[in-house]
Design a protein around this ligand. Structure first.
Ligand SMILES: CC(C)(COP(=O)(O)OP(=O)(O)OC[C@H]1O[C@@H](n2cnc3c(N)ncnc32)[C@H](O)[C@@H]1OP(=O)(O)O)[C@@H](O)C(=O)NCCC(=O)NCCS
Length: 118
């Protein structure tokens, strides 16, 4: 854990409710090979069952998106099982899109695509 947190490419957000850990999110900065434009991979998000449906997952995600916009990321993406209804609705309701309805990859496009993107 110390090694993970010491790596500046990694981000770990912890949500607390009255000093009790209630949820977390973690992910890693990635670089595209050809363009060098930074992307962020949301590796995992979880909220303890007794704290669910209180807006904690949404708050964690919105904080991640705020952080990524502030740091110039082009995209945030996350993989999930399309049958994970809670995750799918959470991602879609915070702005993530998929290429197809059954896609496992949910993408938050933080910047408009320019003509010279690639
Ligand atoms: C997915 C998860 C992180 C959501 O956390 P949460 O704090 O309960 O989510 P929120 O309260 O912020 O909900 C935000 C929105 O997501 C959707 N949502 C969340 N849980 C849902 C559920 N059980 N069923 C349907 N929609 C759900 C809703 O649209 C909700 O908005 P609403 O409450 O206004 O309807 C949580 O259910 C969880 O930890 N699941 C197990 C781990 C997991 O599957 N992680 C994702 C894949 S790695």
């Amino acid at each position: 854990m110390r090694r993970y947190l010491a790596d500046p490419r990694n981000l770990f957000l912890l949500a607390t409710v009255e000093e009790t850990a209630a949820g977390f999110l973690r992910g890693t900065a990635l670089q595209q090979l050809r363009t060098g434009r930074p992307q962020f991979f949301l590796y995992e998000i979880g909220v303890a069952s007794q704290f669910r449906r209180r807006g904690i997952g949404r708050a964690l995600l919105l904080e991640l998106l705020r952080y990524c916009r502030a740091h110039g990321y082009d995209e945030v993406f996350v993989l999930t099982d399309p049958s994970n209804r809670a995750a799918v609705r959470l991602y879609r309701s915070t702005g993530a899109v998929t290429e197809t309805p059954a896609d496992r990859m949910f993408v938050y496009r933080l910047k408009r695509r320019g003509a010279a993107s690639g």
